[in-house]
Design a protein around this ligand. Structure first.
Ligand SMILES: NC(=O)c1ccc[n+]([C@@H]2O[C@H](COP(=O)([O-])OP(=O)(O)OC[C@H]3O[C@@H](n4cnc5c(N)ncnc54)[C@H](OP(=O)(O)O)[C@@H]3O)[C@@H](O)[C@H]2O)c1
Length: 333
């Protein structure tokens, strides 16, 4: 029986939030498999802020071309195989794209990895706490070099990455302060995740609240947001503090993302380091093992926001920018 593949293809480069039609839902027949190919059915899609960057311009990866299936990380299950390395039922993760089916073959460069089935572990953790976000938090905190008693501030603190960063900060004995956009998120990270304090940056007095929550200044800024949030946090940095530039989401929808003043870096003798998680690919197994142990022993808690249906993926991307997600945002197919 011939199968139909629904695909979301990039039709126009968004201006601001995605508008209807920027990603267009089209159907294509699933091709007949050749020797050396396998067909996998996508089950879950990871919705990540960097997708908005990929729609706009060449950065650490080339921009998605107009007309191309939108790039995205996904979790898929092999349904048919003529490939020596894949069997029906194998589970894989990699750049599936926003579509129902993906063909795996030996020439593909989408970094597919087989995912083991682990009892009592949901498939979706491999997209979040044991996937890209957990790994990003892990290696970003390695750059931060946290010491017991230091103050760590993390922005987008109730998101997939920020929520893990703060918990790793607690494991290292830091005072952890999260910045997030709703009172519900602030309550979750303090009550359930053990952050010492949380500040809602949408409240008019948030800068005073941040000052009150960081009486000894800030030693580590784990920066996920940029813009005014980063500027304010950097103003409270201690001498020789570390700024880990993980993401600058406040600028991803803008033509001009704004600049950070290097004056503070000079005067406070800060170490500012950016990173892209792909640089650490050779150490993913080591990090995932540690994250898995922390999760098993209850030191890492995670939460997911699940949106159902491929056709909802464009709305889901926008949710990242309006703050509609708590924890990892996933589209279930
Ligand atoms: N360097 C890397 O390799 C790497 C890898 C993964 C992720 N990242 C970066 O890490 C950051 C978080 O990514 P994630 O996947 O974990 O997403 P996420 O935090 O789960 O979701 C994004 C969150 O950002 C907050 N936000 C959106 N626009 C904002 C604005 N203008 N000002 C302040 N907060 C805003 C929203 O929460 P609020 O309700 O709190 O506003 C939203 O829920 C992003 O910047 C992403 O690009 C980097």
């Amino acid at each position: 029986m011939s199968l139909t593949n629904r695909q979301l293809r990039l039709q126009s480069r968004p201006k601001g939030l995605l508008a209807p039609g920027d990603l267009q839902l089209l159907e294509a027949p699933v091709p007949e498999l050749k020797d050396g190919q396998a067909l996998a059915r996508v089950k879950y899609l990871s919705i990540d802020p960097t997708m908005r960057v990929w729609m706009a311009a060449d950065t650490y990866l080339p921009a998605v071309a107009i007309g191309e299936v939108m790039r995205a990380i996904g979790f898929a299950e092999v349904v048919e195989s003529r490939h020596p390395d894949y069997r029906k039922g194998d589970r894989v993760m990699g750049l599936t794209g926003l579509q129902d089916y993906v063909v795996l073959d030996s020439s593909e460069k989408r970094g597919f990895q087989k995912v083991p089935k682990i009892p009592f572990v949901s498939d979706t953790v491999f997209l979040g706490v044991l996937g890209m976000n957990g790994l990003t938090a892990f290696f970003g905190m390695e750059i931060a070099q946290p010491k017991k008693g230091e103050t760590l501030v993390v922005s987008a603190a109730a998101g997939a990455t920020g929520s893990i960063v703060g918990q790793i900060g607690k494991i290292h004995g830091c005072r952890v302060v999260g910045i997030a956009g709703t009172d519900e998120k602030c309550t979750w990270i303090t009550t359930d995740l053990g952050f010492d304090a949380a500040v809602n940056y949408k409240q008019p007095d948030w800068k005073e609240k941040l000052a009150a929550a960081t009486p000894n200044g800030i030693d580590i800024d784990f920066e996920n947001v940029g813009g005014d949030v980063m500027h304010t946090v950097m103003g409270r940095m201690n001498l020789h503090g570390r700024v880990v530039v993980c993401g600058l989401i406040s600028g991803y929808n803008k033509e001009d993302p704004g600049l950070v003043s290097l004056g503070t870096v000079l005067v406070k003798r800060l170490r500012v380091e950016g990173f892209i998680i792909m640089d650490y690919a050779s150490r993913f197994m080591e990090a995932a093992t540690q994250l898995g142990q922390w999760k098993m022993f209850g030191k890492l808690k995670d939460r997911e926001t699940i949106v159902e249906g491929l056709e909802k993926a464009p709305d889901a991307v926008n949710m990242l920018f309006t703050g509609g997600n708590i924890g990892k945002l996933i589209v279930k197919l």
